[in-house]
Design a protein around this ligand. Structure first.
Ligand code: PLP
Length: 405
């Protein structure tokens, strides 16, 4: 017999660095969430676990501000939440109006096409919110469209679109709406019922301060009816809502095995949602705004310009232009190596042109803002740029001084 294949020597437990996460996600996990994650696993059909799943549904309805019965967490990252919405709602031949003003709208187009639909693309410049007038025109030009899909908070640019207006247009045209709230949930208002949205997906690792790998979703009655009325089977076994619900929704109280739920991640999600409830949604939104204002005050001193116009800016995702003559990668490398601080690079047409500073969930706190402004000022000064650290920190400080929080 041949000797068994063995890995090379020298591989041992990994020394994981402690980082401060101020990029586009994941964000810092709260210590309470980390503690929940570290508990020993229990069975995914254990009555104690099932009771916790029921609470997660209740807490997610709070987070989404909805009474939708079909509200739960898909086992998988935000991208699986996205696919769950599209694979269940799109049937071959369906026309879907998809708004693209950044990376994630592009992924929606991919989803529509891969499931046999036709995407009618409404384009807006990266950094701009989706223009509702263009969507209205697309709906007029495509009376046979069945759905409208858009990203509420475009993480690639930091632009927030007017979800209420876009969903209203969809409804008036008799279309269902699919909304990406991966970066908005818990950070800025997501009002599923007030908007009248039909399918919304999100992610655990952005403004919920939780571990990556879970995708909260919620579906309206209209969306559920659409799925039930499908002519063809959902072309995914794992994401087929009808099958998943035999585990998450216990028809007749009898939960059955579908897949092994990521129990520890769900402990963590439960804890993060309890924390959101304790803080209160409005307070969480106000906290994200406050730290954004402080960071912005510091950035103004450092001469960093925002990509997105003020009234469409996401507080939790701050995209700014890289100053002229500054080496993008070198700055990010120094921040990571010297300060353990992760920030985000630009994507697509903004690659090399912008930095993205996340203030999401537990990352949205004063010590992070101060660390970030101080570290960035030091690094820029070290490269010979004028960057007044003291004044930048003082500007942030004065925002905190005038806040009532
Ligand atoms: C992060 C993100 C996703 C994808 O989530 P993953 O957990 O990385 O799969 C989708 N949409 C938006 C807007 C995001 O910011």
């Amino acid at each position: 017999m041949n000797a068994p294949l063995i890995p090379p020597p020298g591989i041992a437990s990994c020394p994981i660095p402690n980082r401060v996460l101020m990029g586009p996600g994941p964000s810092d996990m709260h210590p309470r969430v980390v503690a929940a994650l570290g508990h020993s696993a229990i069975g995914h059909l254990d009555p104690a676990f099932v009771a916790m799943m029921e609470e997660i549904k209740v807490l997610l309805r709070y987070a989404f501000q909805t009474e939708n019965a079909l509200t739960f967490a898909v086992s998988g990252p935000g991208s699986v939440g996205m696919e769950t919405c599209f694979v269940n709602l799109v049937e071959p031949g369906d026309k879907v109006i998809v708004c693209r003003n950044g990376v994630f709208g592009g992924r929606m187009i991919e989803n529509v096409q891969r499931f046999g639909g036709t995407a009618v693309v409404v384009e807006d410049t990266w950094g701009e919110p989706v223009d509702p007038r263009k969507v209205a025109d697309a709906l007029k030009a495509n009376p046979d469209a069945k759905m409208v899909a858009f990203v509420h908070a475009e993480t690639s640019t930091g632009a927030q679109s007017d979800a209420a207006a876009l969903v209203k247009l969809a409804r008036e045209a008799g279309c269902l709406s699919i909304v990406d709230t991966v970066t908005s949930l818990g950070g800025t208002p997501v009002l599923a019922d007030a908007w009248g949205a039909d399918a919304i997906y999100s992610g655990s690792q952005k403004c919920l301060s939780c571990v990556p790998g879970l995708a909260p979703v919620t579906f309206s009655e209209r969306a559920v009816e659409r799925v039930k009325a499908r002519k063809q089977k959902v072309p995914s076994w794992f994401m087929d809502l009808g099958l998943v619900l035999e585990y998450w929704s216990a028809p007749g109280g009898k939960r059955t095995y579908h897949h092994t739920a990521p129990v520890n991640s769900l402990f963590a999600l439960h804890e993060s949602l309890v924390m959101l409830k304790e803080e209160g949604l409005e307070q969480a939104w106000a906290r994200h705004r406050l730290h954004h204002e402080a960071l912005k005050a510091g950035f103004d001193v450092l001469g960093l310009r925002f990509v997105v116009r003020e009234d469409a800016r996401l507080p939790q995702l701050n995209a700014v232009y890289i100053p002229e003559g500054v080496d993008d990668a070198a700055v990010r490398k120094q921040l990571l190596e010297k300060y353990n601080l992760e920030i985000g690079a630009g994507l697509g047409p903004l690659a090399g042109k912008v930095w993205r500073f996340g203030l999401m969930g537990h990352s949205a706190r004063r010590e992070n803002v101060d660390l970030c402004l101080g570290a960035l000022a030091d690094v820029l000064s070290g490269m010979g740029k004028a960057a007044d650290k003291k004044t930048a920190l003082a500007a942030a400080s004065s925002v905190y001084a005038t806040s009532t929080r």
